[in-house]
Design a protein around this ligand. Sequence first.
Ligand code: TA6
Length: 287
Amino acid sequence: MPQSIPTPILPGAGGLPKFILAAPDTARAEIYLQGSHITSWIPAGGTEQLFLSRTASFAPGDPIRGGVPVCWPQFSGEGPLQPHGFARNVAWQRVGAQANPDESVTATLRLSDDAATQALWPHSFAAEMAITVGGNRLHMAFAVTNTGDADFTFSGALHTYLRLGDVHNTTVEGFAGLPYKNTFSGQMEAPQIEPLTHFGPEGAGRVCYGAQDVIVREGRRAITLTNENFPDIVLWNPGTERAARIPDLEPDGYRHMLCIEAGVVGTPVRLSPGQSWKGGQIVEVSG
Ligand code: TA6
């Protein structure tokens, strides 16, 4: 039987509430209630695996640059809402944390519609994020239920900023032969040839339709992202010039990050009243 564990709410950067989810094997994550946002993940016996900009803003309503922003109910600018929707900008409710029989630990957070979300997006919903750490894994399980009386559609992504020594020394596998949209040009491109290498100063923005699992390698370290039911995977590094235009990205920060994101982009999910959808991702590190 899972046992409930204490995870006190602490004042985080900018006074925003956060908590630490820590497993007995020393794996741990730092989670802000705003956005159900993981800002740090350290696997057992390991080091920080997520990039967090030193100049990230921690203020009510501001998205946090780095970690894992939850982009929902809209991916990027692909719809009428603010880029990446509102879920990353609003406070979620922490509903509990538990120790699991395999010694991992899980925290669950919820977000449901209120007057503020209804003003932005006139739909009734219940969203849940279960975050599990233990060993070399970070698991995020996201679920959405339509609690209203009309259909809605959504897109989104688990916008994971992986921390790298230098993106220029990184390779990525998992997209071979798949079509993708170049998000910088907006054009569909020819199927990809792997591994992807040489993330140069121009950066890279790709929505890879139908991608399942991705491996990012840097030296002996390999980070695997296993996609659970999200139809697509997004890859993003802004490169030099775009990075310089992002005010909350530290100078040269783009070199130390690569975003790999399980996402719903190509075909939004439609939910009828009472229907639910589940998707997630597992990030594992080795080496
Ligand atoms: O997921 C990739 C992406 O949509 C990029 O195109 C870029 O805009 C990035 O997300 C960051 O978005 P943000 O709104 O956090 O600056």
